[in-house]
Design a protein around this ligand. Structure first.
Ligand SMILES: [Zn+2]
Length: 374
């Protein structure tokens, strides 16, 4: 051991090593013993006993896990190298086995693979308390959400530096729309503003119109979405590609139904108060043309999948002259109507419904308002 490893004390005297006669500090114990630690997985782990000296030169015996111990591997296990692990006060991992875990985000079971554990604890040298709580799919999703937040931040910084460049405005619009699509969060008005700004700075490009249309559709403004998407589709610089295909599909859906504002879901944190459940149930029971619906099947045309919203504050109205079933949702001060589609899912709209539907909505709203005020 080098002398430099022993700091000097206040008197400037070199501290005493383990042995005054200059023998090596690390000594074999006088009586060789082979203590072990019994472990349920790794069996009898041999411990190495070593003499160590503390700062005041006192010698004491310490034990450490034998890094060369190699217990037999169970099927599927991967050998661990304890020299590479930060095990601190834990028992090191002489081998890794696949572990079953439950994802905190989607609740699905997933396997923390032995080889993945070796990577975490030996290559990345994570502490053993670090374990994955999300499945691979949710981890990827989180990473992509994180990446989008970073893109939003970077685009805003570029706009501050060079506001006359259309590229960061376009990047901001795209990242805000994609972030909202994944998380139902984010400022869609800022996305519309950024897309318009990019369009003004770069009229030769069609793309700003695409992101404006997507932002308007996600914000629940179908008329404005249709307008932006048709301008995009008629733009002379439009090239064939996935943007064109997406825009055509969404524009077709928006044109087909007057009501097709897709809501990707809502949450209690918007400050809405909901109608008293008993009041509206009583109202439905008294109305022969209304049917209670405890789950709202929502059709998401962007991802072409059906989602279930377990909201009991809704009902089907089966009395429309067209025979089409409509779905009502009530909140204080606002009325939401959806059309129930052939596939059993519903699309939601806040406006754009016809006179028969509007009259029925007004009747229902009046009854509920009265029930709420009581
Ligand atoms: Zn998951």
């Amino acid at each position: 051991m080098a002398d430099g490893r022993f700091p000097r004390d206040r008197r400037g005297e070199r501290r005493r090593r383990g042995d005054a006669a200059g023998a090596p500090a690390r000594r074999r114990p006088s009586q060789p013993e082979r203590p072990i630690l019994l472990h349920r997985l790794f069996g009898a782990i041999p411990l190495l006993v070593e003499a160590q000296s503390d700062a005041r030169g006192r010698v004491y015996m310490s034990r450490r896990f034998d890094p060369d111990y190699a217990p037999p591997l169970p099927p599927g296990a991967v050998r661990g190298d304890i020299r590479r692990q930060s095990y601190c006060c834990d028992v090191p991992k002489y081998f890794y086995c696949d572990e079953d875990r439950t994802c905190v985000q989607c609740g699905r079971e997933f396997v923390f693979r032995a080889s993945e554990q070796k990577y975490w604890y030996e290559t990345l040298q994570f502490n053993f308390s670090a374990v994955p709580v999300r499945c691979l799919g949710c981890r990827r999703k989180r990473r992509s959400e994180h990446a989008l937040r970073e893109q939003i931040g970077r685009a805003k910084a570029h706009i501050r530096e060079a506001g006359a460049n259309p590229a960061p405005h376009l990047a901001l619009a795209r990242a805000l729309v994609e972030y909202h699509e994944r998380t139902s969060q984010g400022d869609l008005d800022a996305a519309v503003a950024a897309a318009r700004k990019a369009g003004r700075l770069w009229p030769a490009s069609a793309e700003p119109l695409y992101w404006e249309g997507m932002a308007q559709a996600q914000a629940g403004r179908p008329a404005k979405a249709r307008q932006a998407l048709s301008a995009f589709l008629e733009h002379p610089a439009l090239r064939p590609g996935s943007l064109k295909k997406n825009a055509q599909a969404l524009a077709a859906r928006l044109a087909m139904k007057n009501v097709s504002i897709v809501r990707s879901g809502w949450s209690g944190d918007r400050g809405d108060r909901w109608v008293d459940l008993d009041a509206w149930r009583k109202h439905i029971a008294a109305s022969p043309d209304l049917r209670a619906a405890d789950v709202i099947p929502v059709w998401d045309p962007l991802h072409r999948e059906r989602r279930s919203e377990p909201r009991p504050h809704c009902a089907y109205w089966t009395g429309h002259p067209s025979g089409v079933e409509y779905l009502f949702l009530w909140r204080i001060g606002r009325f939401e109507v959806g059309i129930v589609e052939k596939h059993g899912a519903a699309e939601f709209a806040l406006a754009d419904f016809d006179d028969a539907l509007r009259r029925r909505c007004e009747q229902v709203a009046a009854v509920l308002d009265a029930a709420i005020q009581e």
